[in-house]
Design a protein. Structure first.
Length: 393
């Protein structure tokens, strides 16, 4: 759990801080906010697409080589970004290489590698603990990278981030030493193959409801992580307010992730998800009504941060409840793909909105509507009561 959380701290810390580079990239390359938003939107989609692919490989062959390969992709994409001068080059570095690499070292592979070693009643807490590592990364990386940008420039910050990602290689060795017996067991023949399990899952209405809710989560998270610095700037505040807001999101999501994991051991996870999504609609509405002071942004960030990626532990837990852990990395990875389809739209449409209207107003309204729908769509999920199982591991 600790090694998986540490890996996620680095990969998510790198990914969740990309919004800090939007304005510096625009100034350095002259590509424009729409082109940069599109490249980062491609990255949102690629991060999601990579997870079921690398998850399937990890389910079949083990996690270590997946994690190392992903680290090299992530580091290469970040290190090459300062060299880009065109939209296509930025799509290659930030949209494909770094995003796919971060996907290989993210939720599906890490939670899949850990869950197979734990009894059912401890998996929800483990998911929350690992997820808290990703939130800690955002809390640490956002102000650190903003300080480096302010003092040494965005290129130095990007290269620092690239070098830091290489620390995940020794951490992967620790994680996969502990999961060696689990990987060996996973390689044994199963009565249901991967293809058959995926087909069964895609015909399951509860699984599809999870996808629908997670789509909204992706839209919301990608829009904010990409465009919150722009919103802060439009309101006349400095980049330090953006960095502090992103850090607060990460800090409060540590508590939210641990709380979601703990609550998942006592209450049905579909209700936890419904409350989280519904609360987001309320928080956004309150933000729109409030004066746009730095304090408002800090309160807004802290409030959203509590549920930010705390949806991951109950979603992964529900997938495990429905289908067991044999192909958890793949099946949960597919929900993350849907999450990132929403992420692609959130990042890209945010850029189009500000380019067309000069503000993000209609994006906030769309976000509230989607959050309300997501709260409702989780309620029909057929989840066993705590202590019962719908699927065996």
């Amino acid at each position: 759990m600790v090694s998986a959380a540490a890996i996620l701290m680095i990969t998510m810390g790198a990914r969740q801080s990309v919004g800090l580079f939007v304005n510096p990239l625009d100034s350095a390359t002259g590509l424009g906010i729409v082109s940069i938003s599109f490249a980062l939107a491609i990255g949102q989609f690629m991060w999601g697409l990579a997870q079921p692919i690398f998850g399937a490989i990890a389910d079949k062959k083990g996690s270590y080589h997946v994690l190392v390969f992903g680290t090299l992709l992530l580091a290469a994409g970040l290190a090459l970004t300062p060299l880009v001068q065109s939209e296509w080059a930025l799509i290659l570095t930030m949209g494909i290489l770094s995003a796919a690499g971060a996907g290989a070292g993210s939720f599906s592979v890490l939670i899949g590698a850990t869950s197979g070693q734990l009894p059912l009643e401890k998996r929800a807490f483990a998911g929350g603990f690992i997820n808290a590592g990703g939130s800690l990364g955002q809390f640490v990386f956002a102000p650190l990278l903003q300080a480096i940008i302010s003092i040494f420039g965005w290129v130095a910050a990007m290269l620092t981030m690239a070098a830091t990602t290489l620390l995940t290689i020794p951490l992967a060795s620790v994680l996969c030493r502990g999961s060696a017996s689990s990987n060996a067991a996973a390689s044994q023949p199963s009565s249901v193959g991967l293809y058959q399990q995926v087909c069964q899952a895609l015909r399951n209405p509860s699984y599809l409801c999870l996808h629908a809710g997670f789509f909204t989560c992706g839209f919301h998270v990608a829009f904010l992580v990409t465009h919150l610095p722009g919103e802060v700037s439009l309101c006349g505040h400095s980049a330090s307010v953006s960095a502090a807001s992103l850090a607060l999101i990460g800090l409060f999501n540590i508590g939210g992730s641990l709380a979601a994991g703990a609550l998942g051991t006592r209450y049905r996870m579909k209700y936890i998800l419904a409350v989280m999504y519904g609360s987001r609609a309320i928080v956004i509405a309150m933000y729109l009504l409030a004066p746009k002071t730095p304090l408002t942004f800090y309160i807004f960030a802290a409030s959203l941060g509590f549920t930010w990626l705390a949806t991951v532990p109950p979603t992964a837990g529900l997938v495990g409840k429905l289908f067991g852990t044999r192909y958890l990395a793949t099946l949960f990875g597919l929900t993350l793909l849907t999450h990132q389809i929403g992420g692609f739209l959130g990042a890209w449409l945010g850029g189009l909105a500000v380019a067309h209207d000069g503000n993000y107003q209609w994006m906030w309204y769309a976000d509230m509507l989607l959050a309300s729908v997501a709260a409702l769509v989780n309620l029909p999920i057929k989840e066993a009561k705590v202590g019962e199982k719908l699927a065996t591991a």
